[in-house]
Design a protein around this ligand. Structure first.
Ligand SMILES: [Zn+2]
Length: 155
């Protein structure tokens, strides 16, 4: 008996696994579902393809990787020693794109919550509740159109 998977299908499977969302997104999805929310995932019809959307609240949620989205003063944002200007330029462009998408979302009357990856990594359980209580309060405060959660706001 030979392996049923050819080399090609196996690498296709590997790619599928790799693309199946990053860990912090999955963690947030799990936490929000546990709290009674029913988020839609990866909504391509909206600017920036938000990771999670709560249509009944008009809220979109981005889970931002601290490196790729350039989280300032964050321990997860460290420029590589080689070609730092290349990375900095790349990150600046993605930050600029993020802000453009958020402006478009505001124009479409959405409110925007950003969860930085550092707020979801190795966070103690009581802090999770503290953070999500803050999120609940924000959800019901229509006067605030934008909120960000990071390890420095949470811990
Ligand atoms: Zn961060």
């Amino acid at each position: 008996m030979t392996d049923v998977h050819t080399k090609a299908t196996r690498s296709k499977n590997m790619a599928a696994i790799k693309n199946r969302g990053t860990k912090p997104e999955k963690k947030l999805l799990f936490l929000l579902r546990k709290r009674g929310y029913s988020p839609l995932l990866n909504v391509k019809e909206l600017p920036g393809t938000p990771d999670l959307v709560l249509p009944e609240y008009g809220v979109v949620i981005f889970v931002h990787g601290c490196f790729w989205h350039g989280h300032e003063d964050c321990k997860y944002f460290r420029l590589p020693a080689t070609r730092p200007e290349f990375w900095l330029n790349k990150i600046m462009l993605s930050k600029q794109r993020d802000e453009e998408c958020i402006t478009q979302l505001f124009a479409e009357n959405y409110r925007v919550a950003i969860f930085w990856e550092c707020s979801l990594r190795s966070i103690p359980p009581h802090m999770v509740n503290f953070m999500l209580s803050g999120f609940d309060a924000w959800i019901h405060d229509a006067s605030s159109v934008r909120i960000e959660f990071s390890s420095s706001t949470v811990f």
